[in-house]
Write a protein that binds this ligand. Sequence first.
Ligand code: GDP
Length: 457
Amino acid sequence: MDAIAAISTATGIGGIGIIRLSGKDTFQVLDRIFMPKKKQKIEEIKGYTIKYGTIVDEENQVIDEVLVSYFKAPKSYTTEDMCEINSHGGMVVMKKILELILKNGAKLAEPGEFTKRAFLNGRIDLSQAESVIDLINSKTEKEAKAGIHGLEGFLSQKIEKIRRRILDVMADIEASIDYPEYDIEELTDTKALDTLAFVKEQLTELSLSFKNGKIIKEGIKTAIIGRPNAGKSSLLNAILKEDRAIVTEFEGTTRDSIEEFISIDGIPIKLIDTAGIRQAKDEVEKIGIQKSKKIAEEADLIISIFDSTKELTQEDLEILELIKNKNAIIVLNKTDLNHNILKNNQKIKETNKTIIEISALEKEGIVNLYHEISKMFGLNQINLENDTLITNIRHKSLIDQAIESTDKAEETIKQNMPLDIIAIYMKNILEDLGEITGENVSEEIINEIFSKFCLGK
Ligand code: GDP
């Protein structure tokens, strides 16, 4: 394929920057702009070597002093000839080098095009390529670990194992169809049923792992609700300011909200709509029951906070009603004032929710809140060493689809349908699984997946 190029390091000022090139013309393009200190023919340069030299423009002006890594096909990220130019960081130098490369015959790579080539050239499958994005985007160690497992092919291997079992049965089915005189149909049926039971068990395990996978990837959407002055902002500040494990803070999907992540047991907890809560006081007053309702609907977890020194108001009662059927923890705040009149409140007790006493001001009891969250979601039980976790919704729906196909195949056998019908359903399972690994997937889906990548990857 033609040579493509892109800046692979993040934009901004940095010690070094990396510009990548891949494709069959890579070394010709490089030759036009790179003056190595010690000139060697490309055939003489081994893969995985680094050469020192300068990048020069058309007028022989030195643009930068660089190190160039050589990767020779098929031993490279894309399996094509590749090089990586390590220049000084900073956008001016990197852009100039990229421009020179483009002028000299390479095309600007699309987002994810290097990884797409690795996939199209068969070095990794589609689910592994998708793990690359997950790894890059991960916010916590656990998420990164799930990403690297995906990239290493944990899921792919599992799927391959399932596929092989199905293919084995399909071969038998074909034999039974081709040689009816051997009367092996009954035997084939038994083997097929055994295999389908195995397949279903494996797929169901994977499908169920998505619950945890989703938590790892998206975090537990958590809302702190409570009437004005209960201590929402104080709790949030206590969590955010004191907690060293804050992972990231970035613009949320809606313009006026900021999503804040904290990490408990390596799992991201996404505090939702905290922007409103953190804004000026009069904004806080606006957060009425109506807004709380909306927030509560979206949340995986509600932390419902009350001022323990005050009797419950009508608004508090409405909040109690609101959390009745939700995953919620009741927090009684301001215990430092030693006037906890809600401690044995009947209405609160009736909710049967866990009650945690804290002082947001003194930052006391916050750890107990963490423990409760961890317990509630079984966070410390998420075991990434032994289990393959599905973190990708596309994979999850294809696995569920494959489970349905498995059920149908099972039914056809039990109903004594002809073998060729059974074979059709067996094939459906293979096709569903093949969509995960990218063996039979439309170009549209492939393009959509890779468009989510960053440039230079
Ligand atoms: P919000 O309206 O729910 O966000 O409540 P704030 O966090 O703004 O707190 C309202 C008032 O209660 C502020 O004056 C806080 O300093 C105070 N406050 C919050 N938490 C505590 C606490 O644990 N103990 C005491 N004594 N005061 C608190």
